[in-house]
Ligand binder design. Structure first.
Ligand code: PLP
Length: 383
């Protein structure tokens, strides 16, 4: 008997590496090496490989190659964007912990920008919170838990008008939607766009002051010291180039799969409610709640895992704190019990209609078979 192939529906947590990316990286894990700071041929080749990747990433980010600062993750890039800011800093209430926790550590007054029940920031809510001492506004391009897209161009215009720096965490957006708006500081990460884990970039417009987190040998314009991870940088570059070239085609099929999934859920699982704005969302992102089974997401996830399908509750980053409700869901108005009931499906380049159909075959039975026992426990805990 052949083992049933697993279905991976957790592309918002991380994406499988594209085989073309792996091909590009392989030489740098073997025959090719060299320190990009060395003057000999091996060093010059390594430098050329980094420069090429910098161009590929810049093209995806609609930026100039000299604006790209490679970091070891999206988290590090978010921290670098915020580090050293003082005065008054505005961040949206649904930012990733990489922004929220970095903001909390600042020697600044940090204010949260609220979001509507659809998970979208109203530009006016940014405008009316700006003060004379506001140094930075940070609003993500797309949310990792509910997939909603933010009005980045409008928020940038307000920040420009008031001479305030604007940072946007585009870790979920990069490679999925065009990054047309040139913001002052933009974060991206390779492992969300079919590249390797452990490599990211902060795209920093020239002239924007940054305070390095890591000091040393002066790499990356002196803003991020350490010998470069060339294989990862080359992989990031290849992934960015593929995403830039193929985004439109990828999205056509991913959106079609998302709609197939939503239609199927609507007819087969009528107690299912989509969370977040219906259309202002990432192509492959569906987070939903089962009415009457609030608090059940972990049991649903485990039952689906058993059936060979990988999904997520809230975000992978909070798996270690799985019993805590997602702060994104509470920020959009869910109480703790409902917030524990959200299931996230994130489709990607390597999913197929067959995957969606298999999910639709097994999910209704799983949803029916789980009795909402934990609701009682959570209700007690709340009282
Ligand atoms: N920002 C967002 C919106 C994310 O979804 C993630 C990862 O889940 C990060 C930042 C952190 O990126 P990395 O995993 O590269 O540190």
């Amino acid at each position: 008997m052949t083992a049933m192939q697993r279905i991976y529906f957790d592309n918002a947590a991380t994406t499988p590496m594209d085989p073309r990316v792996r091909e590009a990286m392989l030489p740098w894990l073997g025959a090719r090496y060299g320190n990009a700071s060395s003057l000999h041929r091996e060093g010059r080749e390594a430098r050329a490989a980094i420069d090429h990747a910098r161009e590929q990433v810049a093209q995806l980010a609609n930026a100039s190659p000299s604006d790209v600062i490679f970091t070891a993750s999206g988290t590090e890039a978010d921290n670098l964007a915020l580090f050293g800011r003082n005065g008054h800093v505005l961040v949206s209430a649904i930012e990733h912990p990489a922004v929220l926790e970095a903001a909390r550590a600042l020697d600044a007054e940090v204010e949260l920008i609220p979001v509507g029940s659809d998970g979208v920031v109203a530009p006016d809510d940014v405008r009316k919170r700006l003060r004379a001492n506001t140094t930075l506004v940070s609003v993500m391009a797309a949310n990792n838990v509910i997939g909603t897209l933010q009005p980045i161009a409008a928020i940038r215009a307000i920040c420009r008008e008031h001479g305030v720096l604007f940072h946007s965490d585009a870790v979920q957006a990069a490679g999925k939607i065009p990054l047309d708006t040139q913001v002052d500081l933009l974060t991206i990460s390779a492992h969300k766009l079919y590249g390797p884990q452990g490599i990211g970039a902060l795209i920093a417009r020239r002239g924007v002051a940054l305070h390095p987190l890591i000091r040393g040998g002066g790499q990356e314009r002196g803003l991020r010291a350490a010998t470069e991870n060339i294989a990862a940088i080359v992989g990031f570059g290849a992934a960015a180039e593929i995403a830039h070239r193929e985004m439109r085609d990828d999205n056509a099929s991913i959106v079609a799969m998302r709609e197939r999934l939503l239609d199927g859920l609507a007819t087969r699982v009528p107690n299912c409610t989509l969370i977040g704005h219906r259309t202002r969302r990432l192509p492959g992102h569906v987070t939903f709640l089962l009415d009457g089974q609030e608090g059940e997401a972990i049991r649903l996830l485990l039952a689906l895992d058993e059936a060979g399908i990988a999904v997520s509750t809230g975000s992978a980053c909070s798996a270690q704190r799985a019993s805590e409700p997602s702060s994104v869901l509470t920020a959009i108005g869910f109480d703790a019990i409902r917030a524990r009931g959200a299931l996230r499906i994130s489709l990607g380049r390597f999913n197929t209609n067959d995957d969606v159909d298999r999910f639709l075959d097994v999910f209704p039975n799983i949803a029916r078979s789980l009795r909402p026992v934990t609701t009682f426990a959570f209700a007690k805990e709340r009282s």
